[in-house]
Ligand binder design. Structure first.
Ligand SMILES: [Zn+2]
Length: 168
């Protein structure tokens, strides 16, 4: 794997541990040339799962998208990235364990609603207030991004574009 700083291929693993309830391995790597450090994750590759949205449109399930949405809900709370990773792993496992090729975005929303209070009341209230109104994870993500963007714009006007260039 190439160093993002100097593009050297020489690096070593300086730390390696199980995360997400043992469903993934997190590795800290260090470039042997410039000393740059980064993190990689190794996880099981699962068959693709399709999410059916409330309007009937379909989209591939993406754990990154789920994680991203939850990170927005947990912004500035005491929830750690390790807790978030393990929560996402739980949801993912429950979805795949159903053995169906498709799940509804409502099912995902309900799983989040059921588990989030254990992580953070604040995150739950944020999620629930948006979720109850929209009943659709993708609109939820948009809403939360808007909230965050307006906050970022107020605090650091130059960085406001960061979330806007998200692919569909
Ligand atoms: Zn390097």
């Amino acid at each position: 794997m190439k160093c993002h700083q100097c593009h050297s291929l020489e690096n070593k693993v300086i730390e390696s541990r199980d995360v997400a309830d043992g469903e993934a391995i997190r590795r800290r790597r260090q470039c042997l040339v410039c000393g740059y450090r980064w993190t990689t994750y190794e996880r099981l590759e699962r068959p693709s799962l399709v999410v059916v949205k409330s309007k009937g449109t379909r989209q591939l399930f993406s754990r990154d998208k789920l994680l991203n949405g939850l990170q927005l809900a947990c912004d500035k709370t005491s929830v750690t990235s390790v807790q978030l990773e393990s929560f996402v792993a739980q949801i993912e496992r429950e979805l795949y364990d159903r053995g169906e090729p498709e799940v509804s975005s409502k099912d995902i929303g309900e799983l989040i609603m059921a588990g989030l209070p254990r992580l953070s009341e604040v995150a739950y209230v944020r999620f629930a207030s948006v979720y109850r109104k929209f009943r659709d994870i993708s609109s939820f993500e948009r809403e939360l991004s808007k909230i965050r963007e307006s906050k970022d714009t107020a605090a650091q006007p130059k960085k406001a574009k960061k979330q806007a260039s998200k692919k569909k």
